[in-house]
Design a protein around this ligand. Structure first.
Ligand SMILES: *Cc1c(COP(=O)(O)O)cnc(C)c1O
Length: 439
C-alpha cells in the first residue's frame, strides 16, 4: 500500500470527468471514504452534506439500508445476465411497474446504462420509425436552446452547451435549436407563461415550414438542468405536444434529471398533462446506486418494429442492458416512494427549505431565485472571477458539497434531507455569499 495521499494517486491515474485535471494541482479531489444518508465522509473524520445528490442521482441517501438489502439479496441470485434471448424477474417487475407509473400508455421499456445512451436510443428509434413508416425525409432533430441531453456524439448533437460542444462540432449531426422557454429570457414585463408561449410560437413557426424533414423534438420538461437549472412554465409542454401531434413529429421527454419526483410530481410531464412519444429516464431510476437508464415508448412505435424481418427490429444493444442488480435497486427505490409516500413528504420538505432559503430571495448578491419541487437555484449578481470554484471551496468549509454551474448556485438534495440539514444549507450559503466580495 502506498503512503501517498489518495487524491494524489488519483490524479496520476484517474482522469476525472468534466474536469481540467490541472485544476487538481490546487484543488485535489475530495477523498470520500464512506457515505451515510445525505452525508459523505472523508478520510479524517471530515464530512460534507451532499446537497447535489452526487450529480442529481441519489434520492434516498448513501448506503440506504433498504436498497442495500435488495441488492445483496439479488447478488445471491443472479448479478447479471444478457438481456438478448434471456430475461429475469427484476427487469420484468421493473418494466411492469414503470408502465403503470408513467403517464399515458408508454407500454414498452428499452434499457441501457447511462442517460446519454437513453438519448441515443430515443433518437435512433424515432429516426428508424419514420424510415419504416414511409417518411424517409424525417431525419432532423430539433432541441431547445440551453438544452442538455448527454455527451456522446448523438446526444451532444442535440445539446446546446457551447463549452461541451464546440470542440466536437465538426463531428456532430446538425440539429436545429429552438428558443428556450426559460423564464429568465422574459422580455419587459412578460410573465413566465407569456415567455413560454413566445418560445412555443417560434416552435410553431419552424414546424409549419419544416415538419416534413423533422423526426423529433427533444426537450427537458420544466427544468433545463445542466445549463444552470433554467425553469419554465408547463404551458410550453402543452403547446409542444399539440404542435408535435399536428405536424407528425415525435416528442422525446428527457426526464433523466427531472424524473422520479424532482419537480414535485413523479414525472415532470404530468404537470402539463402530456404523454411524450419517448420518455428517457436514468439518474434517480436506481436510487442513484447503479448505472441504469430506460427509454419508454408507445405501442404505436413498438409495433412499427414488430415484423418477420430482422432488419426492421431495433438492432441496438449495450452489454449491461437491464442489469439485474441495477433493476433490483430500482425496484427498492420505487418501494420507498410507495411505502413512505415520498411525493407528499417532499412537498412538506420543499416548503420548509423554501422558508429557510427565504433570505436569499431578497439578498443583494442574488438574482432569479427559483424553485421547482426539490430543485433550488439562484444566479449570483456580479460574480467574482472564478466564482464557481471559489464558491465550491468555501462550501467545503461550511460542510457543504456544492458545485455551482457558472454563476448559478443550485441545490438538488436527496429526499431524506432533515430540517437541521436544511438550516445548515441556508446558513452555509449566506455565509459563503458574505465571504465572496463583489470586485
Ligand atoms: C445527466 C443528463 C443526461 C446524461 O446522463 P448520463 O447518465 O450522464 O449520460 C441526459 N439528459 C439530462 C437531462 C441529464 O440531466
Amino acid at each position: 500500500m502506498s503512503n501517498k495521499k489518495l487524491s494524489l494517486r488519483s490524479n496520476q491515474t484517474v482522469w476525472h470527468p468534466c474536469t481540467q485535471m490541472k485544476d487538481h494541482e490546487n484543488f485535489p479531489p475530495l477523498e470520500i471514504k464512506k457515505g451515510i444518508g445525505a452525508w459523505l465522509y472523508g478520510q479524517n473524520g471530515d464530512r460534507y452534506l451532499d446537497t447535489i445528490s452526487s450529480w442529481w442521482v441519489n434520492l434516498f441517501g448513501h448506503c440506504n439500508p433498504r436498497i442495500n438489502t435488495a441488492i445483496i439479496d439479488q447478488l445471491e441470485k443472479i448479478e447479471h445476465v444478457l438481456l438478448a434471448g434471456c430475461t429475469h424477474e427484476p427487469v420484468v417487475l421493473l418494466s411492469e411497474r414503470l408502465v403503470k407509473l408513467t403517464p399515458g400508455e408508454l407500454g414498452h421499456c428499452f434499457y441501457a446504462s447511462d442517460g446519454a445512451s437513453a438519448t441515443e436510443i430515443a433518437l435512433k428509434m424515432s429516426f428508424q420509425y419514420w424510415q419504416q413508416c414511409g417518411f424517409p425525409a424525417k431525419k432532423n432533430f430539433i432541441s431547445l436552446q440551453n438544452g442538455y441531453h448527454g455527451e456522446t456524439l448523438g446526444a451532444l448533437s442535440v445539446t446546446d452547451v457551447p463549452l461541451f460542444k464546440q470542440t466536437y462540432a465538426p463531428l456532430l449531426h446538425p440539429s436545429i435549436t429552438m428558443p428556450t422557454p426559460d423564464w429568465r429570457q422574459a422580455i419587459n414585463d412578460e410573465t413566465p407563461y407569456d415567455c413560454a408561449l413566445r418560445a412555443a410560437a417560434a416552435l410553431e413557426c419552424y414546424l409549419e415550414q419544416y415538419h416534413a424533414d423533422t423526426a423529433a423534438l427533444i426537450l427537458e420538461p420544466l427544468v433545463q438542468g445542466a445549463i444552470g437549472m433554467g425553469m419554465y412554465h408547463p404551458v410550453y409542454l402543452e403547446r409542444a405536444r399539440q404542435l408535435c401531434d399536428m405536424y407528425q413529429v415525435h416528442l422525446i421527454a428527457d426526464e433523466i434529471a427531472v424524473g422520479f419526483g424532482r419537480t414535485g410530481t413523479m414525472f415532470a410531464c404530468e404537470q402539463a398533462s402530456i404523454v411524450p412519444d419517448f420518455l428517457c429516464l436514468a439518474k434517480g431510476l436506481s436510487g442513484g446506486y447503479l448505472p441504469l437508464s430506460v427509454v419508454m415508448t408507445t405501442n404505436d412505435i413498438y409495433t412499427a418494429f414488430y415484423d418477420d424481418r430482422i432488419s426492421r427490429a431495433f438492432l441496438h444493444s449495450h452489454s449491461h442492458s437491464g442489469n439485474a442488480l441495477a433493476c433490483r435497486a430500482a425496484l427498492a427505490t420505487l418501494d420507498i416512494f410507495e411505502q413512505d409516500d415520498i411525493l407528499t413528504s417532499n412537498a412538506v420538505k420543499a416548503q420548509l427549505l423554501n422558508q429557510y432559503l427565504q433570505p436569499l430571495k431578497t439578498h443583494p448578491k442574488v438574482e432569479n431565485f427559483r424553485n421547482c419541487g426539490m430543485i433550488w437555484a439562484f444566479d449570483a449578481r456580479d460574480p467574482v472571477t472564478g466564482f464557481a470554484n471559489r464558491f465550491a471551496q468555501l462550501g467545503l468549509g461550511q460542510q457543504l458539497l456544492i458545485r455551482p454551474i457558472g454563476r448559478t448556485v443550485y441545490i438538488i438534495p436527496p429526499y431524506i434531507l432533515e430540517e437541521d440539514e436544511m438550516q445548515l444549507i441556508a446558513h452555509g450559503i449566506l455565509q459563503i455569499l458574505d465571504q465572496l466580495t463583489i470586485p
